[in-house]
Ligand binder design. Structure first.
Ligand code: NAG
Ligand code: NAG
Ligand code: NAG
Ligand code: NAG
Ligand code: NAG
Ligand code: NAG
Ligand code: NAG
Ligand code: NAG
Ligand code: NAG
Ligand code: NAG
Ligand code: NAG
Ligand code: NAG
Length: 835
């Protein structure tokens, strides 16, 4: 659709240059004197957008609209006279006598108007580089009207979708009727705030799709939202109770927008200049399951299943015949009444109700909200008979449900855990089945295990001999043969191989140029780390575990598979592993920004870490830690949390690394004592360093030290040879008592507007490093404190290590550990206590 013919274009250019010479640039503006007719356009200052008349494909009607000026595919982002098209080319766009922007037809009839309430003299309309068309009076800077406040079907960068909770006023997208008819269609999309904000798409006034609640990072009902978050989505309320949704993209070489199409699907599209077409990045609706309430009340949708709908456990179809026919609208009903209901009916209720956990769910619509923490959330729900389900998200808080559960979906990744209230008998029965199944499986596994073990023993000797023989030949050749003939072992490991990619040694050796020194990223506590590039081009980081682990191959693989299942936005992702002969290696995603200590304690880079970023890092680390401690299935205590174990991605988001290694290295006792102490001086809590007793609270201690380091920009160890024998903790404590805590903060971030928040952080940090483990808060409380959900913080007691040296030089340290043997490498200390 080429609207400006080339001759016109060159005429326009001549005209434009004249204007430029005479009046500066004036071609982005419309006034009463300088209106435009059907064959003219105006263009924004930077040349990004054009405003003019156009016809949609397969239509002769004329509309006034805005489109991309620099993109070769004609793409309209806004239409003025959507419902009143011009029938011929005699229309004009101008400013009316009372100051309105108007579209007039050949007989001066108003087809569309900006409908200002008050009249203005000499107003003018300007097309900005953001694509916003604004109407201004004689005071510049304030807009009387703007097209961004009256969007069509397109949501662009710098634009805001909004909902005023008090007045109900919405700025929302409305679909076109069809690709050749821009008039207002049946679908609209905007923010809905019941208790928690969400994005909705409506078909007329019926809900058609919902995003799930916003947890201040993502919409939890959108499984692949993490990548969208990367592109800078934000939903924030202002003080007047208006919620604003916006997005921003870091990469300007791909113009990106969201469009609500005529079929009611909200899609993210980006322009690929290489291919000259709009690609689809993300869609709200990808399967039938995404349609609101597809499976009715208490039904759950899973697009991987056939049929897609099923009742949640403890419920059965309300109308079985219709249900089996694939008409799921009537939903499901409870099989056995709850104890509450029975008690209310006069009979003795019997055993108490319980909760069934459903994992990776899109939570149902119509959640209530409370600020209770997870434990309390559960109890509140259990005690209130009208509460039939609850879920907890650390970014939102407690979500109880009292109405029918509608629009449930089971995801294959992402989502949250939903706890549904069921009668005791339902849970019990399920338990019994579970026990029987579990026992059968265990017995079976043991039998198979014994058989395999015997077989393996039998083969092992032969194999050893074969290996020796082959190593006499060319080693590369031997590797190939060896792994090729190693079928038995392959079979044993096959189940696990499917779960976690195994890399072979050669592949990793060539990725790192034979573990060349120049590819070495650093020396971690458990061995050196190398940077590598796979033949596919993917960048990886390889941790080559030192050979201190006494675990067998099987055990090692088991651990790695378990740890690879821990996935969280604030944990470094484990991509796979390699086990060959003596070598054991872990392959991680590569983090271009290296670790936090490289940023924080550098001489130049700390400037990149302003307070917002630092707070984001503190929050991220606490969330990752909470996941390890509580939300993952394993309950992992990190035991070596420190600045060099926090890696930063491109956007400086923190990712905890080296988690779970303490388990691999033989310290996975559940009780609070270990023979092997793994950790780093300065970050180790007193009870752990001295007695080997560890708990979640020892990680909290390390977190506290890390927090103080981030705020102060100084290493805990940087103090030990000045300040009279004082550690960072000692210094912080001294400043706290002297009421001069500002002295602790990094000068780079000292800004009055952040002072309260920074002080709060330091106080939380001091609470975390208290001498006695029982005094320290748990990570979930720390998070609530940081987010100001807990307003009154307790007074910190004296931290541990205020007076001692705590960061000895490698090898020369002598903390009071007379009963311990220890070895020191330059980063992490591993001590084996003689018992
Ligand atoms: C639009 O205005 C331009 C310049 O004023 C004029 O040359 C052209 O003929 C007009 N076109 C129509 C359709 O009126
Ligand atoms: C326009 O009409 C042609 C022929 O009827 C059809 O193939 C095409 O899809 C239509 N385009 C649009 C955007 O409706
Ligand atoms: C354009 O249409 C209007 C009515 O909508 C009519 O009055 C006018 O004469 C038409 N102009 C031309 C050039 O056909
Ligand atoms: C302006 O007001 C008129 C009359 O109230 C209404 O028909 C029209 O839809 C309004 N236009 C816009 C763009 O709101
Ligand atoms: C325009 O500006 C003048 C002074 O600069 C002011 O007195 C007048 O009220 C303004 N008019 C409007 C409509 O804003
Ligand atoms: C409006 O603009 C005209 C011409 O530029 C000027 O003569 C007149 O004084 C302006 N009116 C006001 C109120 O600024
Ligand atoms: C819009 O809804 C109306 C009734 O609500 C229906 O008649 C019409 O077909 C719908 N249009 C589309 C494009 O779905
Ligand atoms: C939208 O609603 C109308 C009537 O309410 C219905 O006929 C139509 O199928 C719905 N559209 C979609 C895509 O579900
Ligand atoms: C934008 O994306 C292109 C292609 O993926 C990439 O080459 C370029 O470096 C990116 N630019 C930024 C600023 O991220
Ligand atoms: C689906 O079931 C409901 C209630 O059982 C019924 O009212 C409706 O007509 C059924 N729809 C279809 C398409 O059979
Ligand atoms: C409670 O008692 C009433 C009347 O006795 C009965 O209709 C209802 O089904 C009972 N409810 C439950 C949950 O047992
Ligand atoms: C139970 O929950 C409902 C809805 O949240 C609330 O209105 C009611 O007051 C609660 N009852 C008790 C005893 O807490």
């Amino acid at each position: 659709m080429e609207l400006v013919r080339s001759t016109n274009l060159s005429a326009l250019l001549v005209l434009l240059s004249c204007f430029c010479l005479q009046f500066g640039s004036a071609t982005d503006t419309i006034t009463a004197a300088k209106f435009i007719n059907d064959s003219e356009t105006i263009i924004s200052k930077g040349g990004d957008f054009k405003l003019g008349f156009f016809s949609p494909p397969n239509s002769t009607d004329r509309y006034v609209g805005i489109w991309y000026a620099e993109i070769s595919v004609f793409t309209v982002v806004w239409v003025a006279n959507r419902n009143n098209p011009l029938k011929n080319s005699s229309g004009i766009l101008t400013i009316s006598e009372v100051g309105n922007l108007v579209v007039l037809d050949g007989q001066q009839k108003v087809l569309w108007s900006s409908n200002l309430t008050n009249s203005v003299v000499n107003s003018s309309a300007q097309l900005l580089d953001s694509g916003n068309l604004v109407l201004q009076g004689n005071t510049t800077g304030t807009f009387l009207w703007e097209s961004f406040q009256h969007p069509s079907d397109t949501f662009m960068e710098n634009m805001k979708i909004s909902t005023d909770v008090r007045t109900g006023k919405k700025v929302q997208l409305t679909s076109w009727k069809s690709p050749s008819d821009p008039s207002i269609g049946n679908f609209s999309a905007g923010i809905e705030v019941r208790n928690i904000p969400e994005i909705f798409i409506w078909n007329d006034s019926n809900t058609y799709w919902r995003s799930g609640p916003w947890n201040s990072k993502i919409f939890i009902g959108v499984p692949d939202m993490v990548s969208v978050y990367l592109d800078g989505f934000n939903l924030v309320p202002d003080n007047d109770g208006t919620f604003y949704l916006s997005f921003s993209f870091s990469n300007e070489s791909f113009p990106t927008k969201f469009v609500l199409n005529a079929q009611g699907n909200l899609q993210q599209t980006y322009f690929d200049t290489g291919d000259d077409h709009w690609g689809i990045g993300w869609s709200a609706l990808n399967s039938d399951c995404d349609v609101y309430g597809k499976c009715g009340a208490f039904g759950s949708c899973n697009s991987q299943n056939s049929p897609i709908c099923s009742c949640i456990p403890g419920f059965e179809p309300k109308n079985r015949e219709e249900w089996n026919r694939g008409n799921w609208t009537s939903g499901c009903v409870r099989r056995r009444p709850l104890q509450c209901e029975r008690v209310n009916n006069g009979s003795d209720g019997g055993k108490k109700d319980g909760f069934l956990k459903l994992t990776m769910m899109k939570v149902p619509d119509l959640a209530d909200w409370s600020s209770a923490l997870e434990e309390k959330c559960r109890n509140q729900c259990l005690e209130n008979c009208s509460c039939i389900a609850y879920a907890y998200d650390s970014g939102i808080g407690c979500m109880p449900w009292t109405r029918s559960l509608i629009d449930l979906q089971k995801f294959s990744s992402g989502g949250v855990d939903l706890y549904v209230r069921l009668a005791y008998s339902e849970l019990d029965k399920k338990g019994n089945v579970k026990v029987i199944v579990t026992v059968t499986v265990i017995v079976g596994v043991i039998c198979i295990g014994i058989c395999i073990y015997l077989l393996w023993r039998c083969m092992a000797n032969q194999k050893e001999k074969r290996k020796m023989r082959m190593l006499l030949f060319d080693t590369g050749e031997a590797y190939k043969k060896f792994s090729g003939e190693d079928n038995l072992e392959d079979n044993v490991n096959q189940v696990k191989l499917q779960e976690l990619p195994l890399f072979n040694l050669q592949e990793l050796a060539s990725a790192t140029n034979n573990f060349h020194q120049s590819n070495k990223l650093g020396q971690g506590g458990f061995g050196p780390v190398y940077r590598g590039k796979l033949s596919s081009g993917q960048e990886i980081a390889i941790k080559r575990l030192s050979r201190v682990s006494r675990q067998g191959q099987e055990e090692f693989m088991n651990e790695v598979v378990v740890i690879s299942k821990l996935q969280h936005w604030n944990l470094v992702k484990l991509l796979g592993c390699c086990v060959e002969g003596e070598e054991k290696m872990l392959v991680y995603e590569y983090m271009p920004n290296k670790s936090l200590d490289a940023f924080l304690f550098d001489s130049i880079k700390p400037k990149l870490l302003d307070w917002r970023r630092r707070f984001n890092i503190i929050e991220g680390v606490s969330r990752g830690l909470l996941y390890l401690h509580r939300d993952s299935r394993l309950k992992i205590i990190h035991r070596d949390l420190k600045a060099s174990n926090i890696l930063l991605d491109e956007e400086l988001n923190p990712k905890i690394s080296d988690f779970g290694l303490a388990r691999i290295f033989g310290g996975n006792e559940d009780q609070a004592n270990t023979k092997r102490v793994v950790g780093t001086y300065g970050y180790m809590s007193p009870e752990y360093a001295m007695e080997g007793r560890f708990s979640e609270k020892s990680d909290v201690f390390s977190f506290g030290v890390l927090l103080l380091e981030i705020v102060s920009g100084r290493r805990n160890s940087s103090f030990y040879d000045d300040e009279q024998d004082m550690s960072l903790l000692g210094f912080a404590w001294k400043m706290w008592n002297a009421d001069n805590i500002v002295a602790l903060t990094d000068p780079i971030i000292r800004e009055p507007c952040f002072e309260m928040e920074i002080l709060r952080c330091i106080r939380v940090g001091l609470l975390c490093v208290q001498e006695f483990a029982k005094d320290r808060p748990s990570v979930s409380i720390v998070i609530s404190m940081l987010k100001s959900e807990i307003i009154d913080l307790p007074l910190p007691k004296q931290p541990a290590f205020t007076e001692r040296h705590i960061a000895p030089n490698a090898g020369s340290c002598q903390p009071n550990l007379s009963t311990s043997k220890y070895s020191v490498n330059n980063v992490t200390v591993t001590m084996v206590q003689g018992r």
